[in-house]
Ligand binder design. Structure first.
Ligand code: ZN
Length: 490
């Protein structure tokens, strides 16, 4: 008995030690507020005015291309031609599939793999009925209170304009890249990118181009998003979730509502949706999240560090805990949520069919086939027709390396611009154009050099989208650094 107690005691002590040792590692870095290093020669007001002018041009993309205003895209190009004379004099510009915009800045050494900067010209519409929520009309491009206001100022005209400003100013300085630099901006990113980015990537592929890395929107630097981490967190998207929508249709006996049929389409659909809610996709810690947790761990209080520093033991339980948290759930689960519902024409008629659309965001490791199989398996016995909506379907993007040259460059840049920021890799929840370039680039990163608060993040695709004038200067400076360092030969 005594020996057993000693053994249990020794084992407990060992386990405690095993858990505590990794958890006791705290961040050695100093905590100070972030510092901006902005080029004093930059005309911040001029940059802001270019963003504002771009916002005023309504380049709205629609699921039905017939609804799009092609003239708006031509107008945006004309703005760029006027605002960036050196770019249009010295770089090669190509239009791909109509409005796909490509700039090529030839490098001094054509043997080196070029680098690729991505953006998109299109914006989402303003939801009808929400116009009054805007402080300044959404397409007015108003500059006020230190911000440029309007749709696209954050997503993605602000970053695209800053990138062009950076190139224009480098040309003004007489800079000549050693590697070729490409810029590609699609025109339908918000509806899947099949006509824009996908065609541009095919065009690059046909030319035999292969990029060292590609940089698109997606991640950024945030402060206050993670409650217990004081330092700004620079999240660099190395992967992105897949996208799938399924239409679920129930058919039953229609008829008079005074004598309801047992075989009721609406009720059958309701039961099916409830079944999907009861059978969520299993939570798990992806390799990207594991790497992110390892980097964040030293910042957390000890009680949380016990979890994050001991993933060898805690991963399954931690995945379940995160999977229950509304905000953190997308990190560990393939999510499924109903987004559209239709049935019935009159209050006293039982409809013969009912239809719902569920939207899924697939965690890396999942596939369109495995997610569809999960839904069909869960609904077996429910007599529901499951149909894939093919307009926008994408597999999750494979994770790009965190030890490659592109990631190292972004890490260096973050260190220069946001002195005490913590760099973590992430999986972007939404879809970006970057995934279309997986076949023509060794790595795809998703990061905009911009500091966001939780309130800023809600403005993307929402009301009162705006970008700070100071932040624009920072971004121009950041793109200058990225082009200068990224196009170097080594
Ligand atoms: Zn975007």
């Amino acid at each position: 008995m005594n020996r057993l107690l000693t053994w249990v005691g020794a084992t407990l002590a060992l386990v405690t030690l095993l858990l505590l040792v990794p958890a006791l590692r705290e961040s050695p870095r100093p905590r100070s507020s972030s510092k901006f290093h902005v080029d004093a020669r930059l005309d911040a007001q001029g940059v802001a005015e270019h963003v504002a002018a771009a916002v005023r041009i309504r380049t709205i993309s629609h699921a039905d291309p017939a609804e799009e205003d092609r003239a708006a895209f031509a107008e945006l190009r004309a703005l760029f031609e006027h605002a960036y004379p050196l770019i249009h004099a010295k770089l090669e510009r190509e239009l791909v599939n109509g409005d796909g915009l490509v700039y090529h800045w030839p490098g001094r050494d054509p043997k080196l793999d070029p680098i690729l900067f991505l953006g998109h010209q299109d914006v989402v519409p303003v939801e009808p009925g929400t116009e009054a929520q805007w402080t300044h009309a959404p397409f007015s491009g108003t500059i006020a209170d230190g911000f440029v206001w309007g749709r696209g100022s954050l997503d993605d005209k602000g970053p695209l304009v800053c990138l062009l400003e950076a190139i224009e100013s480098l040309l003004r300085d007489g800079f000549a890249p050693e590697r070729s630099v490409y810029v590609a901006a699609g025109f339908d990113e918000e509806v899947g990118g099949n006509a824009g980015a996908r065609q541009i990537a095919a065009h690059f592929s046909a030319q035999g181009l292969h990029f060292a890395w590609a940089l698109d929107e997606g991640g950024g630097v945030s402060q206050g998003v993670l409650a217990e981490v004081e330092r700004p967190v620079a999240s660099i998207g190395v992967a992105e979730k897949g996208y799938l929508s399924l239409a679920l249709t129930a058919r039953g006996h229609g008829g008079h509502s005074s004598a309801p049929p047992a075989d009721h389409a609406v009720l059958r659909l309701a039961h099916a949706l409830a079944a999907l809610e009861r059978e969520p996709f299993a939570p798990r810690i992806t390799p990207v999240l594991r790497e992110a947790l390892a980097r964040i761990s030293p910042e957390l209080p000890l009680r949380k560090r016990l979890w994050t520093a001991n993933l060898w033991l805690s991963a399954p339980l931690l995945a379940r805990v995160l999977g229950e948290d509304e905000r953190l759930r997308p990190l560990v689960r393939t999510t499924l949520t109903p987004t559209m519902l239709a049935a019935g024409v009159k209050d006293n008629v039982v409809p013969a069919s009912a239809r719902a659309v569920v939207n899924l965001r697939l965690l890396p490791g999942e596939s369109v086939a495995s997610a569809t199989a999960h839904v069909k398996h869960t609904l077996s016995g429910h007599q529901i027709d499951v149909e894939t909506l093919t307009r926008m379907v994408s597999e999750p993007a494979q994770a790009s390396p965190v030890d490659g040259a592109g990631f190292a460059l972004l890490t260096q840049l973050v260190g220069e611009l946001f002195a005490d920021a913590l760099v973590v890799p992430s999986t972007v929840n939404g879809a970006t154009d970057a995934r279309h370039y997986a076949t023509v680039s060794a790595a795809q990163y998703r990061f905009v050099p911009r500091l966001s608060t939780p309130s800023d993040l809600k403005r993307v695709h929402g009301s009162d989208e705006r970008t700070s004038v100071a932040g624009l200067s920072l971004a121009v400076d950041a793109y200058r650094r990225l082009i200068t360092l990224g196009s170097a030969g080594h």
